[in-house]
Design a protein around this ligand. Structure first.
Ligand SMILES: *[C@@H]1O[C@H](CO)[C@@H](O)[C@H](O)[C@H]1NC(C)=O
Ligand SMILES: *[C@@H]1O[C@H](CO)[C@@H](O)[C@H](O)[C@H]1NC(C)=O
Ligand SMILES: *[C@@H]1O[C@H](CO)[C@@H](O)[C@H](O)[C@H]1NC(C)=O
Ligand SMILES: *[C@@H]1O[C@H](CO)[C@@H](O)[C@H](O)[C@H]1NC(C)=O
Ligand SMILES: *[C@@H]1O[C@H](CO)[C@@H](O)[C@H](O)[C@H]1NC(C)=O
Length: 501
C-alpha cells in the first residue's frame, strides 16, 4: 500500500492535480490553500485501506470516482435515525443505548448517540447511560466536532469531547437539570471561525446539511461558543432551530437528550451534494433559507427608507433615482490592503459606460450580513478579486453573473473554492485571469522571472512563498480594455436572458 501511495504522490507532483503547488491563501492564517491536497491523499489512503482492489479505479477514472465513493459513504452518514435504512453505513442501524462513530470521511468525524444522554461540561464529556449492566461495558469515543479533520494544527485547537457509554450508576450522580425532548447537534465555532469563507464552508453550510431535516426541532450545543457568532448568524440559526443554543463550556448544567449528533457533515467546498441530502435539498435550498432569514431585517430597512423618503422634500429626485434601478446592477466587492484593484474608480466608470448601475461594497467582519445580502440579492453581476469575500457569491441569485478576478498564482484556489461552487449554485461564472502586466508584481520582478512567468513553480516551493509573494503583496491594475470584453459579455447575457433593460 505504501507503494501505491508513493505512486500516487509522484503522479500528483507531475500531474494536473498538483494542487498544493498551485494554491495560495485567502483570508486569515493561510488557512486553506495549501492543504487542499491532503483530503485527496487521505481519501486515497482511506480507499487503500478499504480495499486494495479499489485502488485502480480512482486512478483510471480520475478524482471524481474517488469522490463519489466517499460521498456515497457520506450519504449514509446522513441516514442516521430510525427512519433511514442503509446497511452499508456503520451507524445506520444503531440501536437505542449506543454510541456509533463514523470516521470514514476525510473531512469530518461524526458520532451518533441514542438513549439516556447527559452532558457534563466540567469533564468535556457526554454520557450515555445504558440500562443493562450485564451486557454493556464502559465504552469511550473521542471527537473534535469540527469539519477540517485533515488539518492537524487547527484541529488541535478544537475542544475534544469524550462520549462515554456506561451502565447507569447506582443513585444518579448527574441528574438532569434541563430535559430536552428534541435531538441535540454538537459542533464547534472555534478554529478558523472569524473568516467568512470558513464560517460558511466549515460551519453554516455543514450545520444546514446536518440539521435541516429536523425542521427546527433540534438544539444546538456549541463548543468554543462566541457571542459575536450568534449575533452575526442569528438570522440563519433561527431558521434552523426553534431553541436557544447551549454554550457547552459556559453552561455547567446537566442537559439531557434522547438523541444526539456530535460533529457536522460536509460535502465539498461551499456546496451541498443534493444526492446525499434528505428531501433532495440543494445549495439553492440553502440560499432560499438565506432569503427567508434576511427578509425581515431587509423589510425593516426598506420601511425605514420609505419613511425617510416620505418626509423628504427631495422625494422627486429620488424617484428618478429609482428608475435608474431598472439598469442591470454591477456590484464590485472592494478590497484594500493586498489584492486591491488600484484602478477601481476607472472600473466603476467602465461599468457605467456599458450600461450598468454600479455599486461598490466593502464588506468586513463587522458588516451586517443582511445588508450585504440585500446588495447582492438585487445585483446582476458581482465582481471581485479572489479572496474570502468571494464567499458572498452565495448571496447572488441563480442565473446572474459572478466575475472573479484571479491574480497571479491563485488560479487553482480561485477555481476550486469559488468558481466551481458558484457554477453549482447556478451562477454564470467568468474567471478573469490577469496577465503579468496587470499585476503589481510586474514592476517588482524581471519580465522573465518565474514569479511572473511560472507561478506554479513558485507555489511549488512552498506555502510561505505563495503567501508572501502572491497573496499578501499583490495588487491588480486591470487592463480595462481587456476586461471590458468580459463585462460586455455579462451585460449581453443578462439582457438576452432576463430582458430587463
Ligand atoms: C431508549 O432508551 C432510553 C433509556 O436508555 C429509554 O428511556 C427510551 O425510551 C428508549 N427509546 C426507545 C425508542 O426505545
Ligand atoms: C455551575 O456554575 C455556577 C456558576 O458559575 C456555580 O455556582 C455552580 O456551583 C456550578 N455547579 C456545578 C455543579 O459545578
Ligand atoms: C432532485 O431534484 C432534482 C432537481 O433539482 C431533480 O432533477 C431530481 O429528479 C430530484 N430527485 C429526486 C429523487 O427527487
Ligand atoms: C431577493 O430578490 C428577489 C428577487 O428580486 C426578491 O423576490 C426577494 O424578496 C429578495 N430577498 C430579500 C431577502 O430581499
Ligand atoms: C482598509 O479600509 C479600512 C476602512 O475603510 C481602514 O480602516 C483600513 O486601514 C484599510 N486598510 C488598508 C490596509 O488600507
Amino acid at each position: 500500500m505504501v507503494h501505491y501511495q508513493r505512486y500516487y504522490q509522484q503522479h500528483l507532483r507531475k500531474g494536473e492535480g498538483d494542487e498544493e503547488s498551485q494554491s495560495g491563501v485567502i483570508g486569515s492564517n493561510g488557512s486553506y490553500y495549501k492543504r487542499a491536497i491532503r483530503p485527496k491523499l487521505l481519501s486515497f489512503i482511506f480507499l487503500s485501506l478499504l480495499s486494495c482492489t479499489l485502488i485502480w479505479a480512482p486512478q483510471l477514472f480520475g478524482f471524481s470516482s474517488t469522490f463519489s465513493l466517499l460521498y456515497s459513504l457520506g450519504a449514509e452518514n446522513e441516514q442516521m435515525g430510525s427512519d433511514m435504512g442503509s446497511n452499508l453505513s456503520p451507524c445506520s442501524s444503531m440501536s437505542n443505548g449506543t454510541v456509533c462513530c463514523d470516521r470514514s470521511s476525510f473531512r469530518t468525524d461524526m458520532c451518533y448517540m441514542k438513549g439516556d444522554i447527559r452532558t457534563h461540561s466540567a469533564t468535556f464529556s457526554v454520557f450515555l447511560y445504558t440500562q443493562n449492566e450485564e451486557e454493556q461495558e464502559f465504552h469511550e469515543e473521542k471527537i473534535r466536532p469540527y469539519t477540517r479533520k485533515w488539518e492537524t494544527s487547527v484541529m488541535n485547537s478544537i475542544d475534544e469531547l469524550s462520549l462515554v457509554s456506561k451502565p447507569r450508576p447506582a443513585g444518579s450522580p448527574y441528574k438532569c437539570d434541563v430535559w430536552h425532548d428534541v435531538p441535540a447537534v454538537f459542533f464547534s465555532t472555534g478554529g478558523y471561525t472569524g473568516n467568512v469563507y470558513h464560517e460558511f464552508n466549515d460551519g453554516i453550510i455543514p450545520l444546514y446539511i446536518t440539521s435541516q431535516h429536523f425542521n427546527k426541532q433540534v438544539v444546538f450545543v456549541i463548543l468554543e461558543y462566541h457571542n459575536w457568532w450568534l449575533t452575526k448568524y442569528g438570522d440563519i440559526l433561527s431558521h434552523l432551530t426553534n431553541y436557544p443554543p447551549i454554550d457547552f463550556n459556559g453552561d455547567n448544567r446537566t442537559h439531557c437528550f434522547s438523541e444526539a449528533i456530535v460533529g457536522l457533515n460536509i460535502h465539498d467546498e461551499l456546496t451541498i451534494d443534493q444526492t446525499l441530502m434528505k428531501e433532495n435539498k440543494s445549495i439553492r435550498d440553502f440560499r432560499e433559507l438565506l432569503d427567508r432569514a434576511y427578509w425581515p431585517r431587509i423589510r425593516g430597512l426598506i420601511q425605514e427608507e420609505e419613511e425617510l423618503l416620505s418626509l423628504s422634500p427631495l422625494s422627486m429626485p429620488l424617484l428618478t433615482e429609482e428608475k435608474k434601478l431598472k439598469k442591470p446592477k454591477l456590484v464590485i466587492l472592494s478590497r484594500n490592503g493586498s489584492r486591491a484593484i488600484t484602478n477601481e474608480d476607472l472600473l466603476v466608470k467602465l461599468g457605467e459606460k456599458i450600461g450598468f448601475q454600479v455599486e461598490v461594497l466593502k464588506p468586513d467582519r463587522t458588516t451586517e450580513l443582511a445588508k450585504t445580502y440585500r446588495a447582492l440579492n438585487s445585483s446582476d453581476v458581482m465582481v471581485g478579486v479572489h479572496g474570502a469575500a468571494m464567499t458572498h457569491f452565495l448571496f447572488v441569485r441563480p442565473g446572474r453573473v459572478f466575475i472573479q478576478v484571479i491574480p497571479l498564482g491563485t488560479e487553482w484556489a480561485a477555481e476550486t473554492y469559488y468558481g466551481a461552487p458558484a457554477v453549482k449554485l447556478g451562477l454564470k461564472y467568468i474567471g478573469y485571469k490577469i496577465l503579468p502586466r496587470e499585476s503589481s508584481l510586474y514592476n517588482e520582478y524581471d519580465e522573465n522571472d518565474p514569479v511572473l512567468r511560472d507561478p506554479d513553480s513558485v507555489n511549488q516551493k512552498g506555502w510561505e512563498y505563495t503567501k508572501r509573494i502572491y497573496l499578501d503583496n499583490q495588487n491588480v491594475k486591470m487592463d480595462l480594455r481587456r476586461f471590458e470584453k468580459r463585462l460586455v459579455r455579462a451585460y449581453n447575457y443578462l439582457v438576452s436572458k432576463h430582458r430587463q433593460v
